[in-house]
Write a protein that binds this ligand. Structure first.
Ligand code: GCU
Length: 404
């Protein structure tokens, strides 16, 4: 009987009238029930939430490694017809030299240095983010860490998601690396990634999942940016689409050096409230992608109401830094309304810091775009994707906070 029930709830619900009645945990109330009434108390509450998210959802990441080296492996001073300097940087993830990221970066030429930057992971390889022939294909070490049988996708395949020239013309550097560099985004590939190295061989129920490993790698990329004089590491926006939007949010919570966070179509276990159980739900995500989160998280399959937190508290942990949540009207799998509501329910924490936020609980119409205080939101008409339309709005938002 119960098997039957759980199979039913694992089917995605798209009917608003079937969203269960739910009560969200209050970000400004400690687990003990005591209210948070000052910024100093929020600091403690935030630490309590971080601990809960680590233990129950993302898993525990290792501390930043010491003595990790970087190497600039390629410089093209006149990429995009002179608009930009392109660089490739090898960023070591462990002292063995067996695991590294190859970060591709474009810095606008002629702009006053250091410039603000966007940093985000790509799905299929640096060479898929642009047609530029100068961008290297993955090397032998990278391919070995992606696991056997990996087929290198064609150059330029995902270029629509990375409108480099537009971003550069607006005065931002842009940096990216392939998701598989730290940890392959493939089921059953634990043996190939960085998690195993730091786990000491075998995972525990609260060992980091791959979303945590990707987020941690974004922090390592930021470590490099702190040493690159062309970029202002105090003005870096971490950005991501979909599973990598989930990752950007967690990176922003984990590492307060990120000055801004942008999550595009991040959906279930990203910006969307889990308790709405609308579109993709925890049972579905933990079954399709069992390696994204720690194994403790599976306890909440078909039991969202028993989570000790919800995703609005992930947004709250980014406060008071600027945060942008974007959705697409046809991307119901990601629950656009639940993504928006997370902003609304994180607003009390922004207010504690003296910034306004969203308070209207009605669903914004397709095509709407709004900034209030340090929160931005839009819902593009159309499907799950990250295109120039989205970037135009991210840049307008970033111009308010990251330009001098
Ligand atoms: C799947 C997954 C989503 C994820 C998306 C993506 O659809 O279920 O949770 O956001 O892939 O990363 O594109």
């Amino acid at each position: 009987m119960s098997v039957c029930l759980s199979a039913q709830t694992r089917e995605a619900n798209y009917d608003e009238s079937k969203v269960p009645a739910y009560e969200l945990p209050e970000p400004l109330v400690f687990s003990s029930g005591k209210p948070v009434s000052s910024r100093r108390q929020w600091k403690k509450r935030r630490a309590e939430l971080m601990e809960l998210f680590r233990e129950r959802m993302y898993g525990r990441e290792p501390s930043a490694p010491k003595d990790i080296s970087f190497e600039v492996t390629k410089v093209v001073p006149d990429a995009f017809g002179g608009l930009s300097t392109m660089k490739e940087v090898r960023i070591m993830l462990d002292p063995s030299g067996e695991h590294y990221l190859v970060m591709l970066m474009f810095v606008p030429n002629g702009a006053e240095k250091p410039v603000p930057a966007f940093l985000g992971i790509n799905f299929k390889g640096n060479h898929t983010t642009t047609d530029l022939e100068e961008v290297s294909l993955p090397d032998e070490v990278q391919l070995r860490n992606y696991g056997p049988g990996y087929q290198v996708p064609e150059r330029g395949l995902n270029a629509r998601r990375w409108p480099y020239e537009y971003i550069l013309e607006h005065g931002y550097a842009v940096c990216t690396f392939c998701v598989h560099d730290p940890e392959p985004d493939l089921k059953g590939h634990y043996d190939y990634g960085i998690r195993k190295v730091y786990d000491g061989g075998s995972p525990r129920p609260d060992s980091w999942g791959s979303v945590s490993a990707w987020a941690w790698s974004l922090c390592r990329a930021l470590d490099y940016l702190c040493k690159d004089p062309s970029v202002d590491a105090r003005r870096v926006a971490v950005i991501g689409h979909s599973r990598l939007g989930k990752t950007a949010l967690w990176a922003g919570a984990m590492d307060r050096r990120f000055a801004m966070v942008v999550a595009n179509d991040s959906g279930c276990s990203g910006a969307a409230l889990s308790r709405r159980v609308y579109g993709e739900n925890l049972g579905i995500i933990n079954t399709s992608f069992p390696y994204w989160f720690c194994s403790n998280y599976k306890e909440y399959n078909d039991a969202e109401a028993s989570l000790p937190f919800d995703q609005h508290e992930l947004i709250a942990m980014i406060a008071p830094r600027p945060v942008y949540v974007a959705s697409a009207s046809e991307d119901l799998w990601a629950d656009p309304y639940g993504e928006y509501l997370s902003l609304v329910y994180a607003t009390p924490v922004y207010r504690l810091f003296g910034y306004d936020g969203f308070s209207d609980t009605s669903m914004p119409a397709a095509g709407d775009s709004k900034v209030i205080g340090r929160m931005g939101h839009h819902i593009r008409e159309g499907q799950h994707d990250c295109i120039l339309y989205d970037w135009e709005r991210f840049i307008t938002f970033a111009d308010r906070f990251l330009k001098k």
